[in-house]
Design a protein around this ligand. Structure first.
Ligand SMILES: CC(C)(COP(=O)(O)OP(=O)(O)OC[C@H]1O[C@@H](n2cnc3c(N)ncnc32)[C@H](O)[C@@H]1OP(=O)(O)O)[C@@H](O)C(=O)NCCC(=O)NCCS
Length: 153
């Protein structure tokens, strides 16, 4: 697929079920994170973006044939940019789409003056490390601390 074959646009609520289905097929969902709640929470973020990627010619007016093949959530807290839920449909992987979405996300952050971007990769997701390495990402020498504030149960 060439760059022109992909449309990257803002998420709209009607995309919800397609997006969660894509995340499930990409192995991004976990029992302790409710993807529907994550989508609802993302709607309150005014600094970042939540994008879906579709094949050109299969979107917008023709919602019935729209096919979402990629997603990304972008955040910016004034110091760091973050990436969550980067996904490309298994049937469309290894065609350059993930790289294309990441470059668009980086451009979005640069445009807002965001100086750096960092995000988590699950320890067992070895394959994706090569993907990020090719895009110029390296592990930071930091310990990522976390604390659950609200349970999704
Ligand atoms: C990670 C993901 C978004 C990559 O999307 P993609 O469209 O397949 O990636 P691209 O085709 O743009 O690949 C870009 C480069 O990374 C390489 N690459 C992609 N996946 C790779 C893998 N699993 N192992 C090694 N290299 C990989 C490609 O060969 C390509 O290299 P090139 O530029 O030299 O050709 C996709 O594999 C995915 O959705 N995975 C499941 C969800 C996930 O793990 N998301 C990330 C959470 S942190």
């Amino acid at each position: 697929m060439s760059e022109n074959d992909l449309i990257i646009r803002d998420f709209v609520p009607a995309d919800t079920d397609d997006v969660v289905d894509l995340w499930e097929r990409c192995g991004l969902t976990r029992p302790w994170n409710d993807p529907f709640k994550d989508i609802e929470r993302k709607k309150t973020d005014l600094n970042g973006a939540f994008w879906v990627a579709c094949e050109a010619g299969k979107d917008v007016a023709k919602r019935n044939v729209a096919k979402i093949i990629g997603t990304v959530m972008i955040g910016y807290d004034g110091h760091r940019g973050s990436i969550n839920y980067l996904a490309v449909s298994p049937t469309h992987q290894n065609k350059g789409l993930g790289g294309q979405i990441m470059r668009a996300a980086e451009a979005f952050l640069i445009e807002r003056g965001c100086p750096k971007v960092s995000f988590c990769v699950r320890r067992d997701n070895h394959a994706v490390l090569s993907f990020y390495e090719r895009l110029g990402y390296q592990p930071d020498d930091i310990i990522f601390l976390g604390k659950r504030l609200i349970s999704d149960d």
